[in-house]
Design a protein around this ligand. Structure first.
Ligand code: CAA
Ligand code: NAD
Length: 302
């Protein structure tokens, strides 16, 4: 049984070049962390405008990280930014961008067909040794892997928002993911200075499987009139040590994202029905376009 990380076995796969698909919130964060830790990264998106957005996200985050690391040393802060960007190239050509890739991390829109289409293209363009991973929050890894001819080299590599801050990476293996692929991903996670945990390809893996029902339960509590959102947030921060309360966190993650996850789980039928029952206030906010922090309003205003 391979439920533990092998500690000593050196892996055969040397990873030097990483290609990240998507230059949005997650893709930019993953690109940044990989580049900061010495990997050569190619960041890919549909057009230059999106790539520029990704560049801006990375730049803002590095400024923040630099100020924390080197409080009064502006030269060092600048060096961090320059040395990180020196490891990053960008591209809008999916096939070309994986010709020299050792690892692909996909962080594009949360849509199964779009992800399958991308991986089907990459499967033909990437060398045989290239490991493919998806950062999906809610789709089965094995469904995405089906679009390729390399299921043994396919896994989930699930980062958390904000990527530069959150120390966890869930390494998700399907029934077909090889031990070698898994070991390589565990090793890379550590080189990114993050902590890996092993997950099976089940809905929500570990974190979202526990976090999402908790966030929904907080909304149901408020819906029943038992407390208001501010008090729930205060309670969970000061009484349970959470860095953000459930309403703050829901707004931070994005209410559309939460709804998408719950609706997908309900359709998937693998989770207790009462855990994924629709929540009225969530559905109403999303229908009104109040998606949380990114849209300026959710449970709170920003
Ligand atoms: N790069 C980018 N953004 C950063 C950052 C960095 N290095 N550091 C902080 N942030 C962002 C936050 O988004 C927030 O933005 P604004 O300033 O624009 O409002 C702000 O910075 C908060 O940062 P602070 O410096 O004030 O706070 P902090 O550094 O002490 O803690 C935190 C921030 C780490 C996000 C903390 O509040 C926390 O841990 N919150 C919980 C986050 C969480 O649970 N994330 C997981 C969500 S679930 C998920 O990601 C999985 C999924 O599939 C949906
Ligand atoms: P986002 O909307 O910020 O970014 C997605 C980017 O992908 C966009 O820039 C879009 O132009 C680009 N894109 C779409 N199709 C593409 C293609 N075929 N090739 C290249 N680029 C393409 O989304 P995000 O929040 O960064 O989420 C990305 C993935 O990460 C999703 O699968 C999501 O479920 C997962 N995820 C999100 C979070 C979160 O809190 N936001 C946390 C963990 C995992």
């Amino acid at each position: 049984h391979h439920n533990c990380f092998s500690t000593s076995a050196p892996t055969q796969n040397a990873i030097n070049n990483i290609t990240v698909f998507g230059s949005g919130l997650m893709g930019a964060g993953i690109t940044q962390v990989a580049a900061q830790n010495g990997y050569k990264v190619t960041m890919v998106d549909l057009d230059e405008q999106y790539l520029q957005k990704g560049h801006d996200i990375i730049n803002a985050s590095l400024k923040r990280v630099g100020k924390k690391l080197y409080i009064d040393d502006e030269a060092k802060q600048k060096e961090l930014i320059d040395s990180t960007f020196a490891n990053i190239t960008t591209s809008t050509d999916s096939s070309k961008s994986v010709e020299a890739a050792d690892l692909v991390v996909e962080a594009i829109v949360e849509n199964l067909e779009t992800k399958q289409k991308l991986f089907s293209t990459l499967d033909k363009a990437a060398p045989g040794h290239t490991i493919f991973t998806s950062n999906t929050s809610s789709l089965p890894i094995s469904d995405i892997a089906q679009a390729t001819t390399r299921p043994e080299k396919f896994a989930g590599l699930h980062f958390f928002n904000p990527v530069p801050q959150m120390k966890l990476v869930e390494v998700v293996r399907t029934d077909k993911t090889s031990q070698e692929t898994f070991d390589t991903l565990v090793e890379i996670t550590k080189k990114l200075k993050k902590e890996p945990v092993a997950c099976k390809d089940t809905p929500g893996f570990i974190v979202n499987r526990l976090l999402v029902p908790y966030l929904l339960e907080a909304m149901r509590l408020v819906e029943r009139g038992e407390a208001n959102p501010q008090d729930v947030d205060t309670a969970m921060k000061l009484g349970a040590g959470m860095p953000m309360g459930p309403f703050e966190l829901g707004d931070f993650v994005g209410l559309d994202t939460l709804k998408f996850i719950v609706d997908g789980w309900r359709k998937g039928g693998k989770i207790d029905a009462n855990l994924v029952e629709p929540v009225k206030i969530l559905d109403e906010l999303v229908a009104a376009g109040h998606l949380g922090k990114k849209s300026g309003k959710g449970f709170k205003s920003y």
